[in-house]
Design a protein around this ligand. Structure first.
Ligand code: NAP
Length: 253
């Protein structure tokens, strides 16, 4: 057994949507554990790049729109050309649309499902094919949500996508565990990022949410770094198909 099960020195992780929020928190966490980062974003990730490089590891920036699967094989290929091998994929990018179910549009359905669920499957497929071809171990970490476990309100496509992420995580683990690929997910609770700005700005919703969190405060991007390091490292080699809540106790209520 290694003396530091959580060490990621020399490993390479692709992280989608890491210019901000939870993706940035996980990029910095993995970088602190010695991991090089490939950031996949639809716009510049300069701030993340600077902060990752300050940890003494490398950052490759790739730009793409994740609502379109066309570029997925090329993302893996470019990352492999640059770093040789890729060890970890974190499917973090996600989006949300809020509207009553009676008024919800097909566009708001498709925009969310394409990024939150379809991209998770097809990017994982491209990554797994590369791992299996090269006979290398791989770690996939999907980002789920409290709405993988609960229904939510006014976010039908988001709930469908995040419930789908939990099921997909189990299915992929069933198919790929024997091929040396761990597939797990992290379900963040209520974290202070762009994604929850509308909720935090609504005094009544914000008060209701805080009252239900045993920890008594919103989480921050730093709060999920530890779970990401665990699921990316040898410490989790026998953990498969699990969705780990990092929620200040929300689900325990
Ligand atoms: P965020 O700050 O809004 O970050 C979302 C990231 O996804 C951004 O980098 C965003 O890019 C990227 N993204 C969105 N649509 C994209 C697209 N079509 N193509 C490429 N990138 C796209 O929110 P966050 O809270 O950190 O969210 C990260 C993940 O955590 C998401 O999957 C979210 O559903 C999940 N989550 C968040 C919470 C929470 O409380 N914050 C709770 C549970 C789950 P841009 O910056 O260019 O928009």
């Amino acid at each position: 057994m290694s003396s530091n099960l959580f060490d990621l020195s020399g490993k390479v992780a692709i992280i989608t949507g890491c210019n901000t929020g939870l993706g940035q928190g996980m990029a910095l966490g993995l970088a602190c554990a010695g991991c090089h980062i490939v950031g996949v974003n639809r716009r510049s990730a300069d701030e993340t790049q600077k902060r990752v490089e300050a940890q003494g590891v490398k950052f490759l920036s790739l730009q793409t729109e994740l609502g379109n699967t066309a570029a997925f094989s090329s993302i893996i290929q470019q990352a492999e050309e640059h770093f040789g091998n890729i060890d970890i994929l974190i499917n973090n990018a996600g989006t949300i649309r809020r509207e009553n179910a009676l008024e919800f549009t097909e566009k708001d359905w498709d925009d969310v499902i394409d990024v939150n669920l379809k991209s998770v499957f097809f990017l994982s497929q491209a990554f797994a094919r590369a791992c299996i071809t090269k006979k290398r171990r791989g770690k996939i970490i999907n980002i789920a949500s409290m709405l993988s476990f609960q229904g939510g309100i006014r976010v039908p496509s988001y709930t469908a996508s995040k419930s789908g992420v939990l099921g997909l995580t189990r299915l992929l683990a069933n198919e790929w565990a024997s091929r040396g690929i761990n597939v797990n997910a992290i379900a963040p609770g209520y974290m202070a990022t762009n994604n929850t700005e509308a909720l935090r700005n609504d005094p009544e919703r914000s008060r209701e949410i805080l009252a239900r969190i045993p920890a008594g405060e919103w989480g921050t991007p730093d709060d999920i770094a530890g779970a990401a390091i665990f699921l990316a490292s040898d410490a989790s080699n026998y953990v498969q198909g699990h969705t780990l809540a990092v929620d200040g106790g929300w689900l325990a209520r």
